[in-house]
Design a protein around this ligand. Structure first.
Ligand code: CLF
Ligand code: SF4
Length: 491
């Protein structure tokens, strides 16, 4: 029998992406009250990320620790892609900017503070900004990302402001491991180094998380996967997080490039491969719900995950009357959100008809958003990766691909970029897109990735499932691999 989906009220209760699979393989379903708190948060709900937008405001320049994957010239790498610099804003500038974007981008549902330093290192600017947004646009969710060092002392103030979504970066729960990632922390006016620094950071993180969970916040933890340093340790981290009631775990790949001037980049610390990342996520996913759709966005990112509308708003200043218009804009936005949620509810995830021990298959999807297969292969800047199995369709992550096609005449050209795209998708067996030229089609087929355009404009999960079922019918699916086997394969 195909698994049945439950409904709560009018909202289909969808297991969040990567819900703990546990020994029995069953995904857990969210209580209605929690579902309502995450259904429009693009980071906390994989479904929501196709439809809702977030905005970061770069109001927190200072930091109180050092991470070996960070160069202070750039933004906080705990929640941002290293090597990117954001324009710093004052709290007043940030409030106006948020109200302006919120007026123009009706799908905006969340405003986050994620750098460029640590949001709580100098908390005045952060709280001033959050309070202003809460006052003028009370419907927007407030979100915050921190390294956790100063979290315990601010947990109550965050709860008082209604900040229900907080991210803490936890790379280790063992000071020996932590000291290899964080060389120092500033604590009570002096610098701690080595294991003493890591131990203090870990204590503060755990106490901060405890206080947030006690106050009802949905805590997400980001962990940077660093091969050879914490890859084997992250399962222990996940186990501790589960005990603490953490809601979501986002294991992100280390980005370490010499040109960013980070300690890891200069030392040649290698980044994890996509297969290593997938295996560690799989191995840790039985503890806490796993986030797989993070884009490591900028500290001033605007838009749905994977798109950046920031430059559009940076070219001009917010209009003078933006605060006066905030109430009316809020009413329009809430109506738009209700319509999006209704359309999401009308499109529940399909259940697979495939039964038994068929092997899982990875498929790449080209999309421009909206949860649809609606992008030309040659125009896709990134591909979403889905895993189809008898349990259903699960989002696995995304892969960057360079833009190699500037129009229909180019299909088949740009060979080297096509080759790098094929390498990025080498573990996928199918590619679903709106269109693909004959040259790339042949190259995909030759690489063992079968292109599918017959599901153009269809909802992604429906298309992926249809291809999976067709593969099952054709007798292409058999052996099964375990998370342990996957982890062993990349170690
Ligand atoms: Fe921003 Fe982070 Fe809030 Fe999201 S991002 S503060 S929880 S609103 Fe999201 Fe961006 Fe990944 Fe962060 S995709 S880097 S997880
Ligand atoms: Fe850099 Fe963020 Fe680490 Fe501070 S907490 S050192 S800003 S990555």
């Amino acid at each position: 029998m195909a698994p049945q989906r439950k409904r709560l009220g009018n909202i289909p209760v969808i297991p969040l992406d990567g819900a703990p699979s546990g020994p029995g393989g069953g995904a857990d379903l969210l209580p209605e009250a929690v579902q309502r708190r995450v259904q429009d948060h693009p980071c906390y709900s994989e479904q929501a990320h196709h439809h809702f937008a977030r905005m970061h405001v770069a109001v927190a320049p200072a930091c109180n620790i050092q991470c070996h994957y960070c160069n202070r010239k750039y933004d906080c790498a705990n929640e941002s892609r290293p090597g990117v610099v954001s324009r710093r804003l004052t709290p007043d500038e940030a409030i106006d900017q948020v109200l302006w974007v919120a007026e123009q981008v009706p799908e905006l549902s969340v405003v986050g503070i994620a750098g460029p330093g640590d949001a709580l290192a100098h908390p005045e600017r952060t709280f001033q900004t959050l309070e202003g947004i809460r006052r003028h646009a009370p419907d927007l969710k407030l979100c915050l990302s921190t390294n956790g060092l100063a979290l315990p002392e601010h947990a109550q103030a965050l709860a008082d402001l209604g900040v229900e979504h907080v991210t803490v970066t936890v790379n280790a729960v063992d000071p020996g491991v932590g000291a290899r990632i964080h060389p120092w922390v500033r604590w009570q006016g002096r610098r701690l180094h080595g294991e003493a620094a890591a131990e203090r950071l870990i204590r503060q993180q755990q106490e901060g998380i405890r206080r947030l969970v006690e106050r009802g916040a949905l805590v997400k933890v980001n962990s940077v996967l660093i091969p050879g340093i914490n890859d084997r340790h992250l399962r222990e981290v996940a186990r501790v997080l589960r005990g603490q009631g953490v809601f979501l775990h986002n294991i992100m790949p280390l980005i370490a490039r010499a040109e960013h001037g980070t300690r890891f980049g200069l030392d040649g610390q290698r980044e994890p491969t996509p297969a290593e990342l997938a295996a560690v996520r799989e191995a840790c996913g039985g503890e806490v719900r796993m986030m797989r759709h993070c884009r490591q966005c900028r500290a001033d990112a605007v838009g749905r995950l994977g798109e950046d509308l920031g430059p559009r708003f940076q070219r001009e200043s917010p209009p003078a009357a933006v605060r006066e218009r905030a109430g009316e804009a809020g009413r329009r936005r809430q109506a738009a959100h209700a319509a999006i949620l209704q359309s999401m509810a009308a499109r529940p995830s399909p259940s697979p008809a495939v039964e038994g021990s068929r092997r899982p298959v990875l498929m790449a999807v080209a999309t421009r958003g909206g949860g649809l297969i609606n992008e030309h292969f040659g125009h896709a800047r990134e591909f979403l990766i889905y895993r189809a199995s008898p349990e259903g369709v699960r989002f696995e992550g995304h892969r960057r691909a360079d833009l190699y096609c500037s129009g229909p005449q180019d299909c088949g050209d740009g060979e080297s970029v096509l080759q790098s795209t094929l390498r990025a998708l080498e573990d996928c067996e199918a590619l679903l897109c709106a269109r693909v030229g004959i040259g790339p089609w042949r190259a995909l087929e030759a690489a063992g990735i079968l292109p599918h355009v017959e599901h153009a404009m269809a909802p992604i999960e429906e298309g992926v499932l249809a291809v999976y079922e067709a593969m099952a019918e054709a007798g292409c699916l058999d052996a099964v691999s375990s998370p342990e086997g996957l982890l062993a394969a990349v170690s």
